[in-house]
Write a protein that binds this ligand. Structure first.
Ligand SMILES: NC(=O)c1ccc[n+]([C@@H]2O[C@H](COP(=O)([O-])OP(=O)(O)OC[C@H]3O[C@@H](n4cnc5c(N)ncnc54)[C@H](O)[C@@H]3O)[C@@H](O)[C@H]2O)c1
Length: 140
């Protein structure tokens, strides 16, 4: 059983990922400030002993008593209407938030999966895009 932190865990991707990783027997910290997410998305998980919701902004320093094995950093508004509402806050979340995650990962020797927008690929030349298509950037 791994101890896994999912930031943005109350969002669309994060809530589904939480369900999946819980079903595989892992223990989940779901950190989210509910900026665009909702407790409704995780209502079925709140009673699960292996699931803990933490209402926190990723821009604040993060610390946990237990060792974290893996981190999925999904905390960022994803749709234009939300990420353009407050561009400075979106940038802060993307940059400061990611730095906080890196600090935490270093301290715990944990692995990170960093979510990003598909915009980093540029205008796709291949449809649909297979995993092997890197577009204008090698995300690895
Ligand atoms: N949904 C998609 O199809 C898709 C496609 C490509 C990439 N992504 C990326 O995946 C990630 C998650 O996308 P999503 O669709 O689940 O979006 P979402 O808006 O549903 O989820 C994002 C979550 O992050 C939380 N959040 C935002 N700022 C925060 C902060 N400062 N501190 C703590 N929590 C914060 C929100 O409250 C929300 O619950 C994003 O980085 C997005 O760009 C999503």
């Amino acid at each position: 059983m791994k101890k896994i932190l999912i930031t943005g865990g109350a969002g669309f991707v994060g809530s589904h990922l939480s369900k999946r990783l819980l079903s595989e027997g892992n223990s989940i910290y779901c950190l989210d400030n509910l900026y665009t997410g909702s407790k409704e998305n995780i209502k079925d998980l709140l009673d699960n002993q292996s699931f803990e919701f933490i209402n926190q902004d990723i821009n604040e320093p993060l610390d946990f008593d237990e060792k974290i094995d893996e981190i999925y950093n999904l905390a960022c508004p994803a749709s234009p209407i939300h990420y353009q509402k407050d561009p400075l806050y979106t940038t802060k979340t993307s940059v400061l938030g990611a730095l906080n995650i890196l600090e935490l990962a270093k301290k715990n020797n944990a692995r990170i999966l960093q979510a990003s927008t598909s915009e980093i690929y540029g205008d796709p030349e291949v449809h649909p895009q297979p995993e092997s298509y890197w577009g204008k950037v090698n995300p690895v």
